[in-house]
Design a protein around this ligand. Structure first.
Ligand code: F0G
Length: 394
């Protein structure tokens, strides 16, 4: 057990990651009564977030994302109740904002002046924005040439120092962790337990939006494996508080070329085999050595869930399906949960009347290139209505 006054990311004895725990007297249904009058957002759940001085909160209005019932998608798949939680609606377009509002507030509390992260794009976009809002310096390390354009320009415009690392995300994370251990720079990757506290509010919001019902399955794209761990922690806390009497099965989805966790679970391996050269068009989850793998495996196993891999082709198909059937445009990594669902249906691993929630993790506009590559150039016509009508009737 470590005190909140310490800046520490790993247990000094075993090297494992740390998590935030709350006093037992908060773990009661009464705590949730305080939430009722507040709008749906990360800070609705302030009592279960590790920030003592709420006047210092660094916020851009994160959380409160919609939970869309997807009837057209559901009927296409033969499912009764499918929901998509659209995390692309967050201020910088991904779920990372939920963690950053807590993590950057924590940096202010500690009196830290510089924050840093390694990122496949969304973490850096989010950290850069929240650091700007807080007046902190920000350093982001990204894998050279492997970050979607929309995310790169976000980090730039928010004023971060953007550094490309000749290597992949795992290499970048390794060196930024080393840097932060020796310098007065605060690390805001999901190694930092405060980040995950913000992200667990995805579970709280789902519970609120479903009026207290608990999904049978929650399907989550997995990269560094922080988010699935955070969502599971959120549901477990609702359970400990006596607000729910069952837990969802956590389903983790990884891209085939970057699937150490899914391979471990699916093949029943004894030990995790990290992927040295991860590859997928879903660059957000192009990660071979997920730091949160132990927690994620715990979440999946403890919840009686499972993990699945999907191909790049399946990801792109799911991205198009979600956009064209439901009007929800997500980036490829965000579509991994939908691609996963399609595969689970095919393999008979979910029931027709299950209550299913897919987490769509990031906005589609972050990665326009991937869409442009798949569609032909739109046709061009003369500015003449007769030509237009002829074209439309053909
Ligand atoms: N989906 C998107 C859109 C992401 O950006 C990420 C992670 C994930 C899913 C996976 O979440 O790592 O918690 O398992 N992006 C990180 C980043 C790695 O740097 O932006 P995870």
């Amino acid at each position: 057990m470590y005190s909140p006054s310490e800046v520490i990311y790993r247990c000094r004895r075993c090297g494992d990651l740390l998590s935030v725990e709350y006093d037992a007297d908060l773990m009661r249904p009464e705590t949730a009564k305080k939430w009722r009058g507040r709008s749906l957002s990360v800070w609705r759940y302030a009592e279960l977030l590790p920030i003592s001085d709420r006047s210092k909160i660094v916020s851009l209005g994160e959380g409160g994302t919609s939970l869309n019932r997807c009837s057209r998608l559901g009927s296409e798949l033969g499912l009764k109740e499918v929901y998509v939680k659209n995390e692309g609606e967050n201020p910088t377009g991904s779920f990372k904002d939920r963690g950053m509002t807590v993590g950057v507030t924590r940096a202010l509390e500690l009196g830290i002046k510089i924050v840093a992260c390694a990122s496949t794009g969304n973490t850096s976009a989010s950290l850069a924005a929240y650091a700007a809002r807080a007046g902190l310096e920000c350093v982001v390390l990204i894998p050279s040439g492997k970050v979607a354009l929309g995310k790169l320009i976000q980090a730039m415009i928010y004023g971060a120092r953007v550094i490309q690392v000749k290597g992949n995300f795992d290499d970048a994370l390794k060196i930024v962790e080393e840097l932060c251990l020796t310098q007065p720079i605060y690390l805001l990757n999901s190694i930092n337990p405060y980040r995950l506290e913000g992200q667990k509010t995805i579970a709280f919001e789902i519970w609120d939006q479903l009026d207290g019902r608990v999904p049978d399955e929650v399907i989550v794209p997995v990269g560094n494996a922080g988010n699935i761990s955070a969502i599971w922690k959120g549901f477990r806390e609702l359970y400990s508080m006596g607000l729910i009497d069952k837990l969802p099965r956590m389903i983790g989805i990884q891209a085939e070329g970057a699937a150490p966790i899914a391979n471990l679970i699916k093949m029943g391996l004894k030990e995790i085999e990290f992927v040295e050269n991860p590859e997928t068009i879903a660059t957000a989850i192009r990660i071979g050595s997920p730091v949160n793998w132990k927690r994620a495996v715990g979440a999946i196993k403890d919840s009686n869930g499972f993990a699945e891999t999907i191909s790049d082709e399946e990801i792109l198909k799911a991205q198009r399906l979600l956009a064209s059937y439901e009007g929800i445009f997500v980036e490829p990594a965000g579509a991994a949960s939908i691609a996963g669902l399609i595969k689970l249906v095919k393999n008979g691993l979910v029931r027709q009347d299950d209550l299913i929630v897919c987490i769509a993790t990031g906005h589609g506009l972050k990665d326009p290139d991937i869409v442009l590559r798949q569609f032909p150039k739109p046709v061009e016509v003369e500015a003449d209505v007769n030509t237009l009508m002829k074209l439309l009737s053909s």
